[in-house]
Write a protein that binds this ligand. Structure first.
Ligand code: ADP
Length: 210
């Protein structure tokens, strides 16, 4: 994994040898280092797994030319929504703003997805949507969320197989905190998950190896 690519001295030497003389066999690398092939095996496995070196059968090892940040980018481009999404918190389109605020506190989330009686996505409620309504003079128990939510078709969504990196770009471009993960059904879009800025922070930390 990317987090483990800090090389030890021997691995650095191997990379130098392969850079200078690749493609080169494991046997030849071992000779140059006065070590046995068996001793080098774990190092070579790590270097190929992390992408520093590539091994071609009957050719040998060669240097991929990839730097740390290139390896990190490669790793990032593999991450998919389905591996990092959280459980979505939804409210019915019939509930009041008061109830939505309670749900937001109880569930400890910053974005609620609003669904109709068939569980189809119809709206999004953010913290500020609810705050904005709360500073008005109206009775919050009598305002339906329907009136204040951002509604379809203006909702930005993502799907299971989308790349996390693409979702991150969308969150930045649209200046929003969360995207619902949806599944296409005959009735409309069913909410099956959410990806938030918190997920992005967790991914960053996991890539750093903590
Ligand atoms: P906050 O309003 O608390 O800063 P956001 O930045 O996420 O939170 O929301 C900004 C606005 O964008 C709100 O009006 C919200 O309803 C809307 N919004 C949030 N998420 C989405 C989304 N996935 N698609 C479309 N609009 C959204």
């Amino acid at each position: 994994m990317v987090s483990k690519i800090e090389l030890n001295k021997r691995q650095e030497k191997i990379v130098e040898i392969v850079k200078g003389s690749g493609p080169i066999t494991g046997e030849q690398i071992a000779d140059q280092l006065n070590l046995t092939r068996a001793t080098l095996r774990p190092d070579l496995a790590i270097l190929t797994m992390t992408g520093y070196l590539e091994a071609r059968p009957r050719v040998g090892y060669y240097f991929t030319g990839k730097k740390n940040n290139q390896l990190l980018t490669d790793e990032l481009k593999k991450l998919k929504v389905k591996d990092y999404q959280s459980i979505p918190i939804v409210v019915s389109v019939n509930v009041s703003v008061y109830d939505a605020i309670c749900t937001m506190f109880l569930e400890d989330v910053g974005t609620l997805f609003v669904v109709d009686d068939q569980s189809i996505l119809v709206g999004v409620l953010s913290r500020k949507d609810l705050l904005r309504t709360s500073i008005g003079k109206q009775e919050l128990t009598s305002i339906p969320v329907n009136i204040i939510m951002t509604r379809m078709p203006n909702i930005t969504v993502c799907r299971h197989d989308d790349l996390i990196l693409d979702v991150a770009h969308v969150l930045i471009d649209k200046q929003i905190d969360a995207l619902p993960v949806v599944k296409d059904t005959e009735k409309g879009l069913e909410v099956i998950g959410r990806v938030t800025k918190t997920n992005m922070t967790k991914i960053l930390v996991s890539l750093a190896g903590n």
